[in-house]
Design a binder for this molecule. Structure first.
Ligand code: 5AD
Ligand code: SF4
Length: 471
C-alpha cells in the first residue's frame, strides 16, 4: 500500500468503512504519508497514527464511529504511557458531515478531514503535532485534490495489484431524496483524461491487468480531453482499452440516466469491457422513483437494460434496491419485485431505507414502519438470492476466461475472477497469477464458482462451442 525509500520509522493504521472509493482513498492517504516515514501497521494498538475512514451512507455510522473512538482513546492513552504519541484522524463522509460534533464529543481526536482534503494530510499531521486543539479540514477546496496527491504507489507484493481501482469521477449533483453523497462528497467532478490515462498506465506497469473505474456517478464522467473538449465515459473506455497489457475494464457505480448511446456502443465494441454492470435502480415503482428524484421511470430503466443486452448479449446485471422509502406502499413494493423478475439480476444489494439527517426524504411524511421494511427486505432478498443462485448455476459446464489474482482457499489452488465478477477457484500453479486462462466451471456456490483449468486445444474448442448465454 505504501512505498518508502528510507526505513519506516512510524506505524500507520487505517480502518476503512464503506465503498470502493473509500478503499481507494485510504490507499491514497497511505501514499501521501509514506514520505513522512509512515508504513502500514496491522492493528491500531501501538500505532503512531490511526485514521478512521468513515462512511455515512446507510447504517448508524456516527454511533459506530464514536464507539470505535472510545476504544481508541484507551489505545492512545496506553501509547502515551509508553512514552509515544498516537495521532488520531477521522476522515471520510462522517467527518465531512459531522466535523465539529466529532471534536466536541471526542476531544482526543487530532484531525478531522473531509474527502476532498486528503492531499493536505502531511500539513495537518504537522499542525496536529504542534497544536493543542484539533485540526479540522472539511472545506470543498476549489483546487483539484488529485493534482496534489502523489502518484498512486505501484502495488507491492507477489499478487497485489492484478486488479486495481482508479477514481475518475467524484461527487454527485443528482440529489436523490435519500442520499447524503451530494452533501458529503460535493459537486460532481471529473479528472482530466490525460491524468486518468497516466494513472492507468502506471497501474498496468505495476502489474494490473484489470482496472475498475470508480465514481459515485461514474458514467456522468465528462473529463477534459487533451484537445480541450469533454470526453464521456464511452470515449474514455475506448482510450483505456488501447493500453497494452490491460486485459479487462469495469466501471462502477453508474446511474441509469447517464447511460448514453456511446457507452452502450462501448459495451458492443470493446471485448475487454467486462459483461457485468452494476446499475442501481432502487425501486420498480414509478411513484417511488419520482419521490426518490431518480429522474427515470421503471420502463425507461428496462429500456436501458434491453439496449445494453442487445449490445452485449452476455451482459449480466447487478443493482441496488431500497425498500421502505417514505410513501412506499405494498403495491409499490410489488412493482419492485416485478421489475426484478423481469430483469433477472446476477447479483444485487438491497437495503432498508434509513433516514439520513439533512436529506429531503428524512423529513417526508408516510415513513414506513420498521416491521414492514423488514418483511419487504426479506421478500426481496429471497428473490434476489434465487436469481443469483440461478445465474451462478447457469455458468456450470461453460468454459470461461478467468483472470487469476492469487492463491485459492486451499493449498495447490489458485483464485481468480470470472468476467461476471464471480470469484473462481481451481487447482493450478500460483504462477498463473496475473494471467487470464480458460476454466471449465464444475460447480456453483452461493458467491463463487469452482472448476478445472482447461488446457490448450480443449480450452479453445470449448470456448468456441459455449458462448455464454444471456443472463
Ligand atoms: N437508506 C438506505 N439505503 C441507502 N442507500 C443510499 N442511501 C441510503 C439510505 N438513506 C443505498 C442505495 C445506494 C447504495 C450505495 O446505498 O441503494 O445505491
Ligand atoms: Fe446518491 Fe443519487 Fe447521487 Fe447515487 S445518484 S450518489 S444515490 S444522490
Amino acid at each position: 500500500m505504501t512505498t518508502c525509500s528510507s526505513a519506516p520509522r512510524k506505524r500507520l493504521f487505517i480502518r476503512t468503512w464503506g465503498c470502493q472509493m473509500n478503499v481507494y482513498d485510504s490507499a491514497r492517504m497511505a501514499d501521501v504519508l509514506a514520505p513522512l516515514g509512515y508504513a502500514p501497521a496491522e492493528a491500531p494498538e501501538g500505532a503512531d497514527m490511526v485514521i478512521l475512514n468513515t462512511c455515512h451512507i446507510r447504517e448508524k455510522a456516527t454511533e459506530k464511529l464514536f464507539s470505535e473512538l472510545g476504544r481508541l482513546r484507551e489505545a492512545k492513552a496506553a501509547r502515551r504511557a509508553e512514552g509515544g504519541k498516537m495521532v488520531l484522524a477521522v476522515a471520510g463522509c462522517v467527518a465531512q458531515a459531522e466535523g465539529a460534533e466529532i471534536t466536541a464529543r471526542a476531544p482526543w481526536v487530532d484531525i478531522v478531514l473531509g474527502p476532498q482534503t486528503y492531499h493536505r494530510l502531511p500539513e495537518m499531521v504537522a499542525r496536529a503535532s504542534r497544536a493543542a486543539g484539533a485540526v479540522i479540514e472539511t472545506d470543498f477546496p476549489a483546487e483539484d485534490k488529485f493534482d496534489h496527491l502523489p502518484d498512486a504507489a505501484a502495488p507491492q507484493g507477489p499478487n497485489a495489484g492484478v486488479t486495481a481501482f482508479l477514481t475518475v469521477q467524484e461527487g454527485c449533483d443528482k440529489f436523490c431524496s435519500f442520499c447524503v453523497v451530494p452533501y458529503t462528497r460535493g459537486a460532481e467532478f471529473s479528472r482530466p483524461v490525460a491524468q486518468v490515462l497516466a494513472e492507468a498506465r502506471r497501474l498496468v506497469a505495476g502489474g494490473a491487468r484489470e482496472i475498475t473505474l470508480l465514481g459515485q456517478n461514474v458514467n456522468a464522467y465528462h473529463g477534459k480531453g487533451p484537445e480541450g473538449r469533454d470526453w464521456g465515459l464511452g470515449r474514455l473506455l475506448r482510450a483505456l482499452a488501447e493500453i497494452p497489457g490491460l486485459a479487462r475494464l469495469r466501471y462502477t457505480t453508474s446511474h441509469p440516466r447517464d447511460v448514453d448511446d456511446d457507452l452502450i456502443a462501448a459495451h458492443r465494441d470493446l471485448p475487454g469491457l467486462m459483461p457485468f454492470l452494476h446499475l442501481p435502480v432502487q425501486s420498480g415503482s414509478d411513484k417511488v422513483l419520482a419521490a426518490m428524484n431518480r429522474g427515470h421511470t421503471a420502463e425507461e430503466f428496462l429500456r436501458v437494460v434491453d439496449r445494453l443486452r442487445d449490445a452485449r448479449p452476455d451482459l449480466a446485471l447487478s443493482s441496488d434496491f431500497i425498500v421502505g422509502h417514505p410513501g412506499e406502499t405494498a403495491e409499490d413494493f410489488a412493482a419492485t419485485l416485478a421489475l426484478v423478475r423481469r430483469v433477472g439480476f446476477a447479483q444485487a444489494f438491497s437495503f432498508k431505507y434509513s433516514a439520513r439527517p439533512g436529506t429531503p426524504a428524512a423529513g417526508a411524511p408516510f415513513q414506513v414502519r420498521e416491521a414492514e421494511k423488514d418483511a419487504r427486505l426479506q421478500a426481496l432478498q429471497a428473490l434476489l438470492r434465487d436469481q443469483q443462485d440461478a445465474f451462478n448455476r447457469s455458468r456450470v459446464g461453460m468454459t470461461i476466461p478467468v483472470l487469476f489474482t492469487g492463491p485459492g482457499r486451499h493449498p495447490g489452488q489458485v483464485a481468480g475472477r470470472s468476467p461476471w465478477l464471480q470469484p473462481v477457484h481451481c487447482s493450478g500453479p500460483l504462477s498463473l497469477t496475473g494471467a487470464e486462462a480458460a476454466v471449465t466451471v464444475l460447480a456453483a456456490h452461493p458467491n463463487s464458482l469452482s472448476g478445472l483449468l482447461a488446457t490448450g486445444e480443449a480450452a479453445s474448442n470449448a470456448q468456441r462451442e459455449e458462448e455464454p448465454a444471456p443472463a
